[in-house]
Design a protein. Structure first.
Length: 326
């Protein structure tokens, strides 16, 4: 039986952390190492973690870490990766809840594919701040090739549900300290050196709350410019990561697609920086990530302060009902 690590990352999540810890400890997979790491929270998160695990007498090895200073998202992940010893590292956030069968289901699917280098992820159940179920989040089951990903730049995994093989951590440099989204970097590394697989079951309760990183208002120019800068840093990281894997992807000119995508983001950023009526109208059609026509129109309406209009709400509901990325 493979040794597996479940890594629970916490920061200022005192309202939700107890449920997250209990979800981690409830896993029915036996050979499990649970690392609970707090990134120097300023609230009671760490105290709640310590209290919750104090009476635990189950089969899992529990490692508690508290950073002496706040490391930030990616440095925190690097620290926990160094602490982990499992063959597969299952990622968990301090405001989400892992269902008891999560690890065992992921491991079973991973082993059935030959325990490859790469990643495996699942669907999720969206919940609100009070834990009420909203809907099921499901991505497309088709995993892109390296070339397909670089052309569309569509994020094909749900980061809250993913697990990475230890080799993906060991075979690459640490995550850059200034990264905003670790899962884009790690998922690309998985496509480069291994494989990605999807489990068509909801194994995580994913909390949609106002403080979540994924809930930042993305429909404004200030955020869009920051997002461009982040994506350009990610593309630069992709270029560094792909240097040793060109022979594995001979049918795809990785450098060409990376350079092309960088130019697209640079052009999009220039449009945003001009501001004004024209930018608000045309910017969504130059967005370098493949999106539906519905989303482009939706974004235009928001740009013109029509976020409460009937048309905006209608298109918003259409997207979340029918899009594979809902």
């Amino acid at each position: 039986m493979n040794k597996i690590t479940l890594a629970l990352f916490a920061f200022n999540q005192e309202k939700f952390i107890e449920e997250a810890v209990l979800g981690a400890l409830s896993q029915d997979y036996k050979n499990l190492e649970v690392i609970i790491s707090d990134d120097c929270s300023s609230d009671n998160t760490y105290e709640i973690i310590r209290r919750t695990i104090s009476d635990y007498s189950g089969p899992h090895k529990v490692i508690l870490n508290r950073n002496a200073k706040n490391l930030g998202l990616c440095n925190h992940i690097n620290k926990v990766f160094d602490l982990s010893s499992g063959d597969l590292i299952v990622m968990a956030a301090g405001d989400d809840i892992s269902l008891p069968q999560r690890v065992s289901t992921l491991v079973s699917a991973w082993v059935s594919h030959g325990s490859p280098d790469g990643l495996i992820f699942s669907d999720a159940i969206n919940i609100d701040e009070n834990g009420n179920e909203i809907n099921t989040y499901s991505t497309d089951t088709k995993i892109p090739s390296v070339c397909e990903y670089l052309i569309t730049f569509v994020h094909f995994i749900h980061g809250a549900t993913v697990a990475y093989s230890k080799s993906i951590v060991e075979n690459f440099e640490p995550l850059p300290s200034d990264c905003f989204s670790e899962d884009r970097i790690l998922s690309f590394r998985s496509l480069l050196s291994g494989r990605a697989y999807k489990v068509n079951s909801a194994l995580v309760k994913y909390r949609k709350n106002s403080s979540s990183l994924s809930n930042i208002n993305r429909n404004n120019f200030e955020y869009a410019i920051k997002f461009c800068n982040e994506c350009m840093r990610i593309i630069s990281q992709h270029a560094r990561d792909s240097k040793n894997f060109s022979t594995l992807h001979a049918k795809c000119d990785v450098n060409y697609h990376l350079n092309n995508k960088m130019r697209q983001f640079e052009k999009y950023k220039k449009i945003l920086e001009k501001g004004g009526f024209i930018s608000r109208l045309v910017a969504p059609f130059f967005f370098p990530i493949k999106t539906s026509f519905y989303i482009k129109i939706n974004t235009i309406l928001y740009n013109f302060h029509m976020g409460n209009s009937i048309l905006y709400k209608f298109l918003h509901s259409i997207y979340f009902k029918f899009s594979e990325f809902r």
